[in-house]
Design a protein around this ligand. Structure first.
Ligand code: UTP
Length: 403
């Protein structure tokens, strides 16, 4: 598009501020900016109403007790899938980890105490173990963002992929979306550059498809994606029991869950809404529902830990559906109207994100698979306190890891 067309487009969209410093840019910067503007997906910053229809009800899952009882059968079914290469793991590593406050990708954080131990290293060791135990082969897809892609790739290469077969590792970059001020005006990060940030973890599948990796995985006969977050250092990836239980229960989607510790715990709860799986945020659950009990147990008890299993065929069926956008308040550095860089001290901007839990809803059904919190849930979100480096280290040690 020519400058004049871009200008007209921005006037229509109420975004003309993006050309405020255009005359001061050199030719190369001008063309970079025009190109960026041309490529903005305006839908990515115009949130639609989320699908909020339906009554909330509890969801049936498989409990730890049932898993123990059926473990042989689940393991047999699941390990068959791993052995024939039907399960791929998808590591979500496109986030910015703002709460942790490190400028590096979260997976590069050294969680060790006496020795260096990177978060990425934990995940790879976990995968190596599961491949050994099942005689399996698990392709690992790592989703990065434009902000951290090259540093993540270099890190893995420098560490020789922590001993994982290089041909089984695939990197891909997630889509980006512009950040705006609270009035919806897109921000500039530099005079000739829009402030873009990763568009949330709900886009993991569409970005994977765009990167050509669905075709590659289908060539490899992959039928399941186990998607997990970078920050839970205790999680079990491509867990044969989880795969086996999902298949044995005739489900096309599964979610690892932990029992809530108390009604007030700040965790998203898996339930049904209008008959479809739904993750209700802790602040959306009424106190009455949060406290409801049957036989001494919470009715809405299953907290999600961002470890899901998705069937590839079902994902393909729902791929064309829109995932709702969520608005999140974040701190975003920007150039003000005087051309000065502003480093905000508090949230000043909206980011627009799609969330994986909305994809779970689109799948239509989901099996909650209960795991023991102390054994499988040690998220690293903050430096100290709840869900922090400190709490994760403590849990790792409790589980016998020397760190
Ligand atoms: P979080 O919601 O914890 O976000 O991500 P974050 O960006 O890592 O951390 P904060 O909120 O800024 O402190 C949960 C998982 O989803 C991934 C993260 O890397 C993490 O594994 N994620 C999040 C993406 O891959 N892309 C995104 O755009 C956002």
């Amino acid at each position: 598009m020519e400058y004049i067309e871009i200008k007209q487009l921005l006037e229509e969209k109420g975004q003309i501020q993006l050309l405020r410093f255009y005359d001061k840019l050199d030719d190369k910067e001008k063309s970079v900016l025009l190109n960026q503007i041309e490529n903005i997906d305006w839908n990515s910053i115009s949130p639609e109403e989320a699908d909020e229809e339906g009554e909330i009800e509890p969801i049936e899952g498989v409990s730890c007790q049932e898993i123990r009882k059926n473990s042989e059968m689940f393991f047999k079914i699941g390990s068959e899938q791993l052995k024939s290469g039907k399960v791929a793991a998808v590591l979500l590593a496109g986030g910015q980890g703002t709460r942790l406050g490190s400028s590096l990708p979260k997976g590069m954080f050294d969680i060790g105490i006496n020795a260096t131990k990177y978060i990425f290293e934990f995940h790879i060791e976990n995968l190596k173990k599961v491949c050994k135990d099942t005689n399996g082969k698990v392709p690992l897809l790592i989703m990065t963002s434009e902000k951290n892609d090259s540093v993540t790739r270099e890190f893995f290469a420098r560490h020789n992929y922590f001993g994982y077969p290089k041909e089984d590792i695939y990197f891909y970059v997630q889509d980006m979306a512009p950040a705006t001020d609270f009035e919806g005006r897109v921000l500039l990060e530099e005079k000739g550059k829009i402030a873009l940030s990763p568009n949330g973890n709900g886009g993991w599948f569409s970005s994977l498809v765009r990167a050509g990796l669905l075709d590659k995985m289908e060539e490899r006969k992959v039928e399941w994606f186990n998607v997990f977050s970078v920050d839970n250092v205790l999680q079990h990836i491509a867990d044969p029991l989880f795969v086996g239980a999902t298949i044995a229960n005739n489900c096309q989607c599964g979610s690892k869950v932990v029992k809530k510790t108390c009604p007030e715990e700040k965790v998203g709860v898996l339930c049904l809404k209008g008959g479809r799986p739904h993750v209700v945020e802790y602040y959306e659950l009424s106190s009455e529902m949060a406290n409801e009990k049957i036989d001494g147990e919470l009715v809405y008890k299953y907290g999600v830990i961002l470890n899901y299993l998705f069937n590839v065929n079902r994902l393909k069926e729902i791929a064309s559906k829109n995932i709702p956008l969520h608005i999140v308040k974040k701190k975003v550095e920007y150039i003000d109207e005087n051309g000065e860089k502003v480093i905000p001290e508090r949230e000043n901007a909206y980011k627009y994100e799609t969330l994986i839990l909305d994809l779970v809803r689109l799948m239509g059904q989901c099996l909650p698979y209960e795991v023991e919190r102390e054994k499988e849930f040690a998220p690293v979100k903050n430096r100290t306190g709840v869900d922090s480096v400190d709490s994760a280290r403590e849990l790792l040690q409790k589980n016998g890891f020397s760190i």
